[in-house]
Design a protein around this ligand. Structure first.
Ligand code: BTN
Length: 329
């Protein structure tokens, strides 16, 4: 984790909104000498920040590099808790695995684990998750709601709404959600969400929300088996996009909807989710661990469970499955 002084320094730049902050003001705010300020400025430059220094005016940030280091994410982050503690590693086996360890060791709620690459990224249903260096967002967030474990699946839907809105607002895209947790653009998967739990029989200890988003990958960067089914933000947008801006917006939206959920329950989240869902009202095939069910997706329950009506009129409630929408790939 990084020095608390640099964390405060980025907060000062963030609050100055692109204006100069004098060396003395920084030294006073940080409670250190001007030489120490200068050293931290140099450290930011080494990380790729472009800083302008003008005599009698001070310093200002002209450009923050598109890495996903703690500094990048913190600069301009507008949350109270989510992402206020960041664990960053350039390369990691899986952010989800690390988040489990940190959660077990009692890290603060809202801790974000993030990496430039994952060497053993995990997807749902024991699949692997392709996570190459610098081209995507590979992150896990730890929440500790005081709730029974049965409510945890609702957090997958909550996270999906946060991701969709972040992509709408930062990138001007119109993603859709395929139950429960795939985010698609033009029918191809751009993001997957993996929600995992540490819980006792009646109480959640931690929810770990893993988000994997293909951001700046080109179509040919995907392995052959993903070429037809995966896309990236850059492919859909036609240009490279700042990963840290998307991460900040996801954290802000997650925080907003997490508070809404804790205050008002799942109802408002369910409504939002339904507005983005493509599977509802469609003929689908659901492949679960125990078998395959075909029928019409007629909605989700108040717990976020998918309801399918088969041809005999029987209603099935599906907790976890791979969904194929008929007529789509
Ligand atoms: C899915 O199968 O659709 C879910 C994919 C989730 C991938 C993310 S990437 C960050 C986090 N760390 C992991 O190992 N997996 C999740």
């Amino acid at each position: 984790m990084e020095s608390p002084i640099r964390k405060k320094m980025l907060q000062a730049f963030s609050e100055s909104d692109g204006e100069f902050v004098s060396g003395q003001a920084l030294a006073d705010f940080l409670g250190c000498t001007r030489t120490a300020v200068w050293k931290h400025i140099e450290e930011l430059r080494r990380e790729g920040f472009e800083l302008e220094a003008v005599r009698r005016k001070g310093y200002r940030i002209l450009h923050a590099p598109d890495k996903v280091t703690e500094n990048e994410i913190r600069y301009g982050l507008n949350t109270k808790n989510l992402g206020q503690t960041i664990y960053y590693q350039e390369s990691i086996d899986s952010t989800q695995k690390k988040a489990h360890q940190l959660a077990y060791d009692n890290c603060p709620e809202g801790t974000l684990v993030i990496a430039e690459e994952q060497t053993s990224g995990r997807g749902r249903m024991t699949r692997s998750w392709h996570s190459p260096k610098y081209s995507g967002i590979w992150m896990s967030i730890i929440l500790r709601p005081n709730l029974p474990p049965q409510q945890a699946p609702q957090f997958t839907l909550l996270a999906a709404v946060a991701v969709v809105q972040a992509l709408e607002e930062v990138c001007g895209l119109n993603p859709e959600i395929k139950w429960p947790n795939d985010i698609l653009i033009n029918g191809k998967k751009v993001t997957g969400i993996l929600t995992e739990l540490q819980a006792e029989s009646d109480k959640i200890n931690s929810i770990i929300i893993g988000i994997g988003m293909n951001v700046n990958s080109k179509q040919e960067d995907f392995p052959e088996e993903l070429q037809k089914i995966a896309t990236s933000v850059a492919i859909e947008k036609g240009k490279i996009v700042s990963r840290s801006s998307i991460i900040q917006k996801i954290l802000e939206k997650l925080e907003l909807y997490y508070h809404l959920y804790m205050e008002k329950g799942f109802g408002p989240i369910k409504l939002l989710w339904e507005g983005y869902a493509i599977s509802i009202g469609r003929e689908i095939i659901a492949r679960t661990i125990t078998g395959t069910i075909e029928g019409k997706a007629i909605g989700i329950t108040n717990d976020g469970v998918l309801k399918i009506e088969d041809s005999s009129g029987r209603i099935h409630e599906i907790y976890s499955a791979d969904i194929e929408i008929q007529g789509n790939s």
